[in-house]
Design a protein around this ligand. Structure first.
Ligand code: GCB
Length: 647
């Protein structure tokens, strides 16, 4: 048998196995919102917590810790939710723990939720890193792979079994990464007893941020009626002055239902309505959703109220769900990124969900502070490097007009074994979950399916072709990209992306200390990528570490002066190329962030223009001046909103 023949057979088998395992997601994942028919009970606060330190990390399962109160199984500590557990105690073994940790909380469910058989009670976890199993009163209700997206389970019948008992929720979370997880990792056992203690192993990761773990986003119970609005899909467009909102409502619990869909403006006035489960709403004198600094009234949101009435088993059910809707379009040409048919230039940041003590736990003061800093900076966009951020953050982006490149956790795909069919099929599921969750956010303008994969490896071609095609089939309204640091000539996935996003660290990782190479190398980078692919380009990362307060002139690496000088050299090239086909620049990074310990990291990555505590380094002022200048030039701001003149 010839080699190409057997290769073709393998390819077919591979395809079959990939698509055989990808099932469409059953049901929607609407963000839980209170309404006249829905209640929400947050379970944030202190949970009982126990890390399974047994040699195989399996004692919790062997002894069925979920069957009784966690405190009866052994010593527990108090653990805040949401938060990463790593930096909460003084114990280095918990900071660096790998394996299963157990959380538990008892909660009293309101009596009506139990007595009213027409009410569904759903337990939802905003996210937990990485693999989770959930039990209620000792019974498994769900499990979920992936650290950055929500999962839920209906628990109505379970909690009705013994109405007098509090409801005991147990969540086991495992942060182990393998070659087939997203992000990938490997566990390495060190068996040389002359060098390592018994049972010693490490988790190798191929990404540059601390692998924080635990329950990172809110846990809550919410109710819906037995017949309920399960999902809403909205696609928007406009013609002249008329906005078009194409919608589709999915209902669960009954074969038929009467629906009333009402679109309201900010003042609560009805601007369009319909009675069908799908259709197009027309909005006269539409107020479009505009990015921050592109319009005097950015982030305009309508409210789409979906009101359902259904009769099932001789009972009448009523459900109300209200979805914020921004009306806007996104298009890509060979040289431009268009929002509402106007050229949009990304002047923004890359971020992380990362802060002192909390790690990756959702924290409102931090979120609001970060938005204030983004707006102070004059940034109009960010990329959710390197995983999906909390929905609460995307809702802020919708309201403030901050444009988002929404990235999945495909970071560190470096090993050829991570291009196999198990990895690809999981990656497809993650994209399903991501698009299902984020499809209705007007702020999300592009999907990024990966960051710096080894895209020059031969299997990358099939992998990214499949992944990008799949993502486009899920959502035909947004462009799709992945972020490359590969060579333009060898990159296998670039033919399939809509926008080329390139990371480069000239005069940092390459030619360290030689700022003079930047104009030549950056110019060549742009010309090569554009010359070969004729697609618009975003400089999706560039930057330099700077320790705040470290100074040297002439500049040396790690000083604030060097960070400034490096950024300015990049900016000179951006200013030439943005007149042609460069459509954006995203600084690496918004703020310093924690990484694994390594000889090239001094308590984390210091490429932030703000410190981890969100204080500006000198570079923040350089960028602020630039971003406001760019906004004044490229945005369509009326003169009275042009700001700050004093810069
Ligand atoms: C990169 C990665 C990012 C790192 C950054 C750096 O290319 O995408 O995750 O943190 O470089 O500072 O090394």
């Amino acid at each position: 048998m010839s080699v190409p023949g057997s290769f073709a057979v393998l390819r077919v088998l591979w395809l079959l196995s990939v698509f055989g395992t990808v099932l469409p997601l059953d049901g929607g994942m609407l963000f839980p919102r209170e309404s006249s028919s829905r209640e929400v009970k947050e379970l944030n606060g202190l949970w009982d917590f126990r890390a399974d330190g047994s040699p195989n990390r399996n004692e919790g399962f062997e002894k069925a810790w979920y069957k009784r109160r966690l405190a009866e199984t052994g010593p527990v500590i108090e653990m805040p939710v949401p938060a990463s557990y790593n930096d909460i105690t003084q114990d280095p073994t918990l900071r660096d723990f790998i394996g299963w940790v157990w959380y538990e909380r008892e909660v009293f469910v309101p009596a009506r939720w139990i007595s009213d058989e027409g009410t569904r009670v759903v337990l939802r976890v905003g996210s937990a890193h990485y693999y989770s199993i959930v039990w209620v009163n000792g019974e498994k209700v769900t499990e979920h792979e992936g650290g950055h997206l929500p999962f839920e389970a209906e628990i109505s019948s379970l909690i009705r079994r013994d109405p007098m008992k509090p409801c005991r929720i147990t969540i086991a979370v495992n942060n182990t990464l393998t070659l087939e997880t997203l992000p990938p990792g490997t566990i390495q056992y060190m068996n040389d007893r002359t060098r390592y203690p018994d049972g010693f192993f490490v988790q190798n990761i191929y990404f540059d941020f601390f692998n924080y773990a635990g329950i990172h986003r809110p846990v809550l119970l919410y109710t819906t009626p037995k017949v309920y609005v399960d999902d809403i899909i909205v696609e928007t467009n406009f013609m002249d002055n008329t906005g078009l909102v194409r919608y589709k409502v999915s209902v669960q619990g009954a074969a038929t239902a009467t629906l009333k869909v009402t679109l309201m403006d900010k003042d609560g006035h009805c601007v369009a309505s319909a009675n069908a489960p799908s259709g197009v709403l027309k909005v006269v004198d539409v107020k479009l959703w505009w990015p921050y600094l592109m319009h005097e009234n950015p982030g305009y949101l309508y409210s789409m109220e979906v009101h359902l009435i259904a009769v099932s088993e001789s009972s009448t059910y009523e459900d109300v769900y209200t979805l914020p809707v921004g009306i806007r379009t996104v298009n890509v040409t060979k040289t431009q990124f268009l929002v509402n048919n106007k050229p949009f230039y990304f002047h923004g940041v890359n971020k992380h969900e990362d802060s002192d003590i909390r790690g990756k736990g959702l924290d409102w003061p931090l979120i609001v502070k970060d938005f204030n800093l983004i707006k102070w900076l004059g940034a109009n966009s960010f990329r959710t490097s390197h995983y999906p951020y909390a929905e609460e953050i995307l809702q802020m982006c919708d309201r403030h007009g901050i444009v988002v490149i929404d990235e999945c956790p495909g970071v560190g795909i470096k090993d050829i074994r991570s291009f196999g069919n198990a990895s690809l099929s999981h990656h497809l599921v993650v994209m399903d979950e991501l698009v299902r969750r984020d499809k209705n956010h007007p702020s999300v303008v592009m999907w990024s399916v990966a960051n710096e994969p080894a895209s020059e490896m031969p299997p990358a071609e099939f992998y990214f072709k499949t992944l990008i095609k799949h993502t486009k089939a899920l959502d035909h309204t947004r462009p799709v990209t992945y972020i490359t640091d590969s060579n333009y000539a060898r990159d296998k996935g670039a033919p399939f992306v809509d926008v080329v996003c390139v990371n480069s660290y000239f005069s940092w990782y390459h030619d360290p200390g030689h700022l003079e190479v930047i104009p030549i190398q950056l110019n060549a980078q742009f010309e090569n990528w554009y010359g070969k692919y004729k697609k618009p380009i975003i400089q999706s990362e560039y930057g330099a570490d700077a320790l705040p307060g470290l100074h040297m002139d002439p500049p040396m690496m790690f000083t604030e002066e060097y960070q400034n000088a490096l950024l300015q050299s990049y900016h000179d090239v951006f200013d030439q190329k943005r007149k042609q086909y460069v459509i954006g620049e995203l600084i690496w990074n918004f703020a310093d962030f924690m990484t694994a310990q390594a000889i090239h990291r001094v308590v984390g990555n210091k490429k932030g223009i703000f410190t981890r505590q969100r204080q500006p380094k000198a570079a923040a002022f350089i960028l602020r001046k630039r971003y406001w200048r760019l906004a004044n030039e490229t945005g369509r701001l009326p003169p009275w909103t042009k700001y700050p003149c004093s810069l």
